[in-house]
Design a protein around this ligand. Structure first.
Ligand code: SF4
Length: 203
């Protein structure tokens, strides 16, 4: 499955656009209940208006909200971005921390976000980003017991995925979930994973 997805999506990269580490952290926060495509539409203007972490830390929450309005839950998200910038400056020297414990202590950061930062910024082996595509497709493939609980999916995948492959494998599941194994329809007839997929075998 790892090799099959690698062939299908050679660039197993995160689809969120960013230049600085904290920009990825903020983009992931914005992506909650929103598409990466939408986030990529708003972040260029947001990051241009607030080009440094200090600018975010001093920003007016309402003004930040105006830039991210279309991402949904803009009040909570804008508050988290400003608070997070303040905490990064006051407690981490303006750097994004590199441990799960420190990351999940940041405003608006949960395990999914923390895993993504650990994988993409720090290249920590063994991380699993259990997002909606990952949960659905891992269940269909038979890599998990079908649970929808992100923590359980993360644990089950960590146990079986090669640690050096796990982060990009999850990125590729997102690409696969958009292109072929969508929530509405699993297009097994055009999927190279069909010979090793539990769901396809049952059809
Ligand atoms: S074979 Fe079907 S269910 Fe399995 S991963 Fe491919 S599209 Fe999804």
């Amino acid at each position: 499955m790892v090799d099959g997805l690698k062939k299908l999506y050679p660039d197993g990269i995160c689809s969120l656009q960013y230049e600085k580490d904290y920009e990825l952290l903020f983009a992931v926060r914005l992506s909650a209940q929103c598409t990466d495509e939408r986030v990529n539409q708003v972040t260029p203007a947001l990051f241009a208006r607030f080009p440094t972490l200090e600018d975010f830390a001093q920003a007016d929450v309402e003004e930040v909200g105006e830039y991210i309005h279309s991402c949904g839950f803009f009040r909570a998200k804008s508050r988290d971005l400003v608070l997070c910038a303040q905490v990064l400056l006051s407690q981490h020297g303006g750097k994004v921390p590199g441990t799960m414990e420190e990351l999940v202590a940041l405003p608006g950061v949960g395990r999914k976000t923390a895993n993504l930062i650990l994988g993409d910024v720090f290249h920590t082996p063994g991380v699993v980003v259990a997002d909606t595509h990952c949960i659905r497709i891992a269940g269909r493939l038979g890599l998990t017991d079908g649970t929808k609980d992100p923590a359980k999916v993360e644990k089950q995948l960590r146990e079986i995925l090669p640690p050096e492959e796990s982060n990009n494998f999850c990125h590729r599941l997102v690409l696969h979930g958009r292109a072929i194994c969508t929530a509405r329809q699993a297009k097994c007839g055009m999927c190279p994973l069909a010979p090793v997929c539990d769901y396809a075998a049952k059809q």
